[in-house]
Design a binder for this molecule. Sequence first.
Ligand SMILES: [Zn+2]
Length: 378
Amino acid sequence: MLVIDALALAQALIRRPSVTPKDAGALDVLEAVLKELGFVTHRLPYGEVDNLYARLGDGAPHFCFAGHTDVVPVGDGWNADPFAAEVRDGMLYGRGAADMKSAIAAFVAAAARIGTPTGSISLLITGDEEGAAINGTVKLLEWLKGRGEKIDHCIVGEPTSVGKAGDTLKIGRRGSINFQVTVTGTQGHVGYPQKAKNPIPVLAELVTQFAAHKLDKGSEHFDPSTLSFTSLDVGNTATNVIPGEARAAFNIRFNDKHTPESLLHWVEDRAQRIAQGSGCRIEITSQTSGVSFLTAPGKFTQLISDTVASVTGQAPFFSTSGGTSDARFIKSFCPVVELGLAGATMHKADECVPVAEITALTDIYTALLTAYFAKPPL
Ligand SMILES: [Zn+2]
C-alpha cells in the first residue's frame, strides 16, 4: 500500500504558485500522486482555467471530494515566503496552506490509507474557485453529467472550521447578490437649487430605508439575511455644483426565505417608491453570485457528525454562515457539505496551519471514508 505524507504533498502544492487563473503545475503534482494510487484522471481545461477530475473505482456508492488548487493573490505584509511552504514551530506557512491545499493533501492521504473502496472515490478539483467560478466546478459537473457519472455524496474541503479541524460542518450557505444604484437628477448651480434636481437626498433616503430594513428573522438553519452598503459615491469636486448623478452599491446575503427573484422584486419596488415625486430617476443593476442552499440534516450529516465525534471527541457544530463556495453548484447534483481546516488565516498575510491539524484532518477524512463505505447513507 502506498503511503502518502499529507504534509509533504501540501508543501509540494503550495510550492506551485497557482494564483487564479494560473495553475503553475499544481494540478500536475496532484495528478501524478493520484495516478500512482490507481485513480483514473482527466484534465479538463476550460478557457484559461485547468481542472482535474480523478476517480478510483467505478461502482456505487460514489463519494466525491471537491476543492480547488487555485489561491488568492499574495498581497502585502508577509514575513514568510508565500510559496516556500516552510514549516516553523509546527506551523506550515504559505498561500493556500489553509485555503485549501492542505485539505486536498489530507484527502489524498486518507484515500491512500483506504486502498480500494467498495464503491468509488473521486476528486473534483478546479483552478477557478477564487475567480469567476465559470470555467471550473460548473463545467466539470456538466461534463460528468454528460458522461452519465453520478455522485452520491460530496464533501467540499473548504476551511470552514473555526478553531480546530472538524469543529464545524457547513450544511448550507447563504446566497449573495450585488446591487448598484444610480440616482439621476438634474445638475445645476447651488445658488439656484430650484432649477436642479439633487440626486443626493434621494440616494440618502434610499440608503437609510434599505439599511434599516430587516429582511427576515432567520430560519430553522439560517441566521437572518443581511443587507450591507459597500459604496456611496458622488465624486463631485465642485462646491458650487449640484451633481446630476449619485451612486451607491450594496450586497445582500440571503437565507432560504428568499430567492434572487423575490429580492430583486423587493429592491426594485422599494426604490421606485422612493423615486416617486422626487424628480429623480433610480436605476438598479444586480449580479447574483450564488443562491442559498441547505443540505437538510439527515443520514449523511449524521454519519459525518458521528464520525468526526469518534475522532475528535466532539460532534461538529452545524453552520450555514459565511461566504459562498462551489458547494452552491454541487447541491443540484447530490447532498453536499463542507468540512475542512480552521480558516482563521485564509486570504491573509502569513497564511498558515498547524501541521498537527493536517494530521487531524487526514484522520477525520480517513474515518469518514471508512464509515461511508461500511454503511453508505443511502
Ligand atoms: Zn477556498
